[in-house]
Design a protein around this ligand. Structure first.
Ligand code: DQA
Length: 149
């Protein structure tokens, strides 16, 4: 099972960026742990980061026909990007939205997501563990769907 994890703007700064909110793990450490966990579950996951909305849209388009499911932490684009929402719906690939921080306990402008209502599920607030929890949910969903035919 081939999966894709998308990281949006500023997540390349993880480890040094507002560690009180986002923790001390780097993006490389998060990706390595995610790839290990995916392998343990018999899946493969490609991780892609961009600070640019169009690059994320292009990567979503490339996933069509090759990727069974997507994990997405779109960063601030979560709250602003209709283009990323349209790309995810356009390729018809199930996705899980996730965030390191609990966006609902933060500023009001972080409470709205353009992705959440069409996601399989949303995980937030568990720091780097949010990625693992989202992966678990996505793989179990895809396996159940495959078993059901
Ligand atoms: C974030 C939350 C967003 O509101 C913020 O813009 C980010 C990171 C998170 O993982 O907690 O860049 O997606």
């Amino acid at each position: 099972m081939q999966l894709l994890c998308l990281h949006g703007p500023n997540l390349n700064l993880l480890g040094s960026r507002e560690p009180g909110i986002y923790g001390s793990s780097s993006l490389e450490q998060i990706n390595a742990a995610l790839q290990q966990r995916a392998a343990d579950m018999g899946a493969a996951i490609d991780c892609f980061h961009s600070n640019h909305e169009g690059a994320l849209v292009d990567r979503i388009h490339q996933a069509r026909g090759t990727v069974a499911g997507i994990l997405i932490n779109a960063g601030a684009y979560t709250h602003t990007s209709i283009a990323i929402r349209d790309a995810l719906l356009g390729v018809v690939i199930p996705y899980v939205e996730l965030h390191l921080s609990n966006v609902h306990a933060r500023e009001p402008f972080r409470h709205h997501s353009h992705l959440a209502d069409k996601a399989l599920g949303v995980i937030c607030g568990f720091g780097p563990l949010s990625y693992q929890l989202a992966l678990e949910g996505l793989v179990q969903h895809l396996q159940s769907a495959a078993a059901a035919g």
